[in-house]
Unconditional design. Structure first.
Length: 321
């Protein structure tokens, strides 16, 4: 998959494609239905399927404190899009210049002059441009206008994708994760929910109480998950490693930043700098503050035992008590 970072990196050979535009946070089944339709149309026209997306997401630029928790950071999103066999991604930096661009200029510069889009697929609620003035009607009109000079594009409105009778959306995935319903999230995403990150040095408190943890950079302001979970970690060999994880602000140590800490069962290798994908299998409890580190240690032992039972991992005879 080719990643194009901004219009200035377009090559002459990049002109001519079929495209869709959106945030695509989570890359859930609704997004994947859009991609499948786009790829099919691209094959008919013998043109590459292109996903146009933004970093940061527009609401993160306009109102960062009110922006919802990211389901996927950029690397995770690009990996998921690549797995769906999209040919290329146009990544636009969302800042003051793009926010101030009126809708007609956006279409002309990006879709017509830049990518040479021949077919555009958008969701039924897609809005764009300054003050969100652009919509499906404007896209259709400009596509027809440009066609008169041989540079037009067709627009198709992909209507709502549902799971049961309810719309599939990133909001629904966040809601499922926030209440610990990992099975519902899996149905909406089409895969188990994961968070990826590189292992960094922590404060070593877990090691001091007998439960060393791999600490992962989240690279996001907020997490859609909070609490303690049974997990499996990918990236340390051919087989996933089972463990128990805490994601939150660590109230017992007066933590402020949101962290993901993973204790891997029966594992004592040094893995700083390694990139892990942590797959969440079961929520065990909410995060809470303990009066002492002894109380915390005892609770982690209970959490680890519960996670071992759920994941089918036998407990060692010399496990910490």
């Amino acid at each position: 998959m080719r990643l194009i970072r901004g219009l200035h990196n377009l090559r002459a050979a990049d002109r001519g494609c079929v495209a869709t535009i959106g945030n695509f946070d989570g890359v859930h089944l609704g997004h994947r239905a859009v991609f499948q339709r786009l790829i099919a149309r691209g094959r008919e026209l013998e043109l590459p399927a292109t996903v146009i997306t933004f970093e940061p997401q527009p609401l993160e630029f306009f109102a960062p404190a009110a922006a919802p928790a990211r389901l996927t950071r950029l690397r995770e999103k690009l990996d998921a899009i690549r797995n769906d066999l999209i040919d290329q991604v146009m990544l636009l930096a969302f800042g003051h210049r793009l926010a101030a661009m009126d809708a007609r200029t956006f279409v002309q510069r990006l879709l017509i002059d830049g990518l040479g889009v021949r077919y555009l697929l958008v969701g039924d609620d897609f809005r764009f441009g300054q003050n969100r003035a652009g919509d499906y009607g404007l896209l259709h009109a400009m596509g027809e206008e440009a066609a008169r000079s041989g540079a037009g594009f067709a627009v198709e409105n992909l209507h709502t994708i549902t799971h049961g009778e309810t719309r599939i959306s990133s909001t629904r995935v966040r809601e499922a994760l926030s209440r610990g319903d990992l099975e519902q999230a899996r149905h909406l995403l089409g895969r188990p929910y994961r968070i990826e990150g590189r292992v960094v040095h922590g404060d070593k408190r877990g090691h001091a109480i007998g439960f060393p943890t791999a600490n992962l950079n989240l690279h996001r302001r907020f997490s859609p998950l909070r609490g303690v979970y049974a997990v499996v970690a990918h990236g340390l060999g051919p087989e996933p490693r089972a463990g128990v994880a805490n994601i939150g602000t660590r109230p017992t140590v007066n933590g402020q930043d949101c962290r993901l800490e993973v204790h891997l069962f029966d594992f004592d290798e040094t893995i700083y700098g390694r990139h892990l994908q942590v797959e969440f299998r079961l929520k065990l409890r909410d995060e809470r503050r303990f009066d002492s580190f002894d109380d915390l240690r005892r609770q982690i032992q209970l959490d680890a035992s519960a996670a071992r039972v759920y994941l089918g991992v036998a407990e060692r005879e010399n496990a910490p008590r």
